[in-house]
Design a protein around this ligand. Structure first.
Ligand code: AMP
Ligand code: MG
Length: 469
């Protein structure tokens, strides 16, 4: 098997990482391999055995320069001075067939100098969740890391729930640079390293940016657009810590994430998010908070500190309007409007208010809007009918509102109860539900598997996701 590695991170100063190989595993078994992504990455001649050996960490592919990256980060608002890849190994980078540089990283591949008390491993459930949900996000058209492979290790690991089967996911990202990567050097006062990192990030992601403040501006724009995209499909990331916030603006780290069924602004799934810091409706605030942390780090590179603070503050203060504009464009399209006005904002909000009051299913309500069945999502049908009348009048002037709606309102999303059901089956060796979901999520705007569009019954609801990843 040939992987055309072209590594750049490994040439950065030693302060950025620890070079080490993954820890080999006992009895690797390939669970999933993303052929399309492998082709995009320019991988050739991959035999099953080689894929299994490589993406379990048992064989280091030629020209890989494996390393664990250093970073820090705010976790639930508290600064943790040293995190780093505690269970991940960057095998290296390739330039894909679109000319984009991409990281290939194993996650769950054993202990590293950044493991702290952890075992360096991941269990099957979160590995398959990350695989399916990240690929679903990609198919939805939302910037995200992707999944290349999932391998069972043949080793059991201990989690709160007891002994569980271990697994490794191979993640592909346009980089693994995080807000926390900047924070670690800024907090330690390693300004030369911070400058090197900034130059590297600009060259890799925003080649038109001129200096740290321009980089901040670009990352803020990417994050504003990303969080609006999440909101538009009912996605709740669940751990928007600064170490899980990508400089490239991709969704990264699918731990306790979930898509909501019935709409509520305050929806939380993560069992450790007791305060609702990362609740659905708080995600825009948290994206801004994270960008403020990036700003704090980058200000240290300013020659004139006062001017740096002033410029960074202006950039952060512009973010609410940026998010609002991106949100409005997304949600306007969801109700069939191509160019939104301020009045349209009220129209959207009125629908969301009705949905929240009635606990209407987020995905199915929007998907049904072009049809006569939308009112079935509501208990107060008169209230919905009144809204629909205003809506119908508004979209009368739109060229093809149904087409607009159907290209942005998915028919199928990774519902939490389906993901849990898939994990349960996979734990007993049954990968059929995984395959089924994988097929359906590949074309989320076309309904191919009617059953998967149904919200959970009362008994099927999975209200919480656990962080014991
Ligand atoms: P996460 O919540 O997955 O973003 O992880 C936060 C930090 O904990 C990162 O530095 C991870 O590498 C580390 N970590 C999570 N799980 C483990 C584990 N089982 N062993 C070692 N480090 C871990
Ligand atoms: Mg993380």
């Amino acid at each position: 098997m040939h992987i055309p590695f072209d590594n750049s991170y490994a040439t950065l100063p030693e302060a950025f990482y620890s070079k080490l190989a993954p820890t080999s595993v006992k009895a690797p078994k390939l669970l999933a391999f993303n052929e399309d992504l492998a082709t995009l990455l320019g991988m050739e001649g991959a035999s099953n055995d080689e894929v299994t050996a490589t993406f379990s960490g048992n064989k280091i592919p030629q020209n890989s320069d494996p390393l664990a990256q250093l970073y820090a980060g705010h976790q639930f608002g508290n600064y943790n001075p040293q995190l780093g890849d505690g269970r991940a190994i960057l095998l290296g980078e390739v330039i894909d067939t679109n000319g984009i540089r991409r990281d290939i990283q194993l996650k769950g591949s054993g202990r590293t100098p950044y493991s702290r008390g952890g075992d360096g491993r991941a269990w099957l459930g979160p590995v398959l969740r990350e695989y399916l949900v990240s690929e679903a996000m990609h198919a939805l058209g939302i910037p995200t890391t992707r999944a290349l492979a999932a391998v069972a290790t043949g080793e059991d690991i201990l989690r709160e729930q007891g002994m569980l089967p271990g697994a490794i996911v191979t993640r592909v990202a346009s980089s693994h640079l995080r807000v926390g990567t900047f924070q670690v050097f800024a907090h330690r006062g390693q300004l030369d390293d911070l400058q090197t990192l900034t130059d590297y990030a600009i060259a890799r992601h925003y080649p038109d940016a001129n200096g740290p403040m321009d980089l901040l501006r670009a990352v803020c724009a990417a994050q504003a657009s990303l969080v609006a995209a999440w909101m538009s499909v009912g996605f709740i990331h669940g751990v928007m810590n600064t170490d899980n916030c990508s400089i490239a603006g991709e969704t990264i780290d699918y731990g306790p994430c979930a898509f909501m069924d019935d709409f509520h602004m305050g929806r939380v799934f993560s069992s450790i998010d007791q305060q609702g810091r990362y609740a659905y409706g708080n995600q825009p605030n948290m994206a801004i908070w994270n960008m403020a942390q990036l700003a704090t780090a980058l200000i240290q590179l300013s020659q004139d500190k006062d001017a740096g603070v002033e410029e960074a503050t202006a950039i952060i203060h512009a973010m609410p309007d940026q998010i609002e504009a991106a949100w409005l464009a997304r949600f306007a399209a969801k109700i069939g409007i191509t160019t939104a006005t301020e009045t349209d904002r009220e129209l959207i909000q009125a629908l969301l208010d009705l949905m929240q009051t009635d606990g209407a299913d987020f995905t199915n309500t929007f998907r049904a809007l072009p049809t006569a069945t939308a009112r079935d999502q509501f208990t107060d049908r008169d209230a919905f009918d009144a809204w629909a009348q205003t809506h119908t009048a508004r979209i009368a002037s739109e060229p093809d509102p149904t087409a607009t709606m159907n290209t942005v309102n998915p028919a199928v999303i990774p519902r939490n109860h389906r993901i849990e059901e898939m994990i349960e089956a996979a734990t007993t060796g049954d990968m059929a539900p995984f395959e089924r979901l994988s097929t359906a999520f590949a074309t989320p705007y076309t309904l191919t598997d009617t059953d998967l569009a149904n919200p959970p019954s009362e008994a099927e609801i999975v209200p919480a996701t656990f962080c014991g990843t």
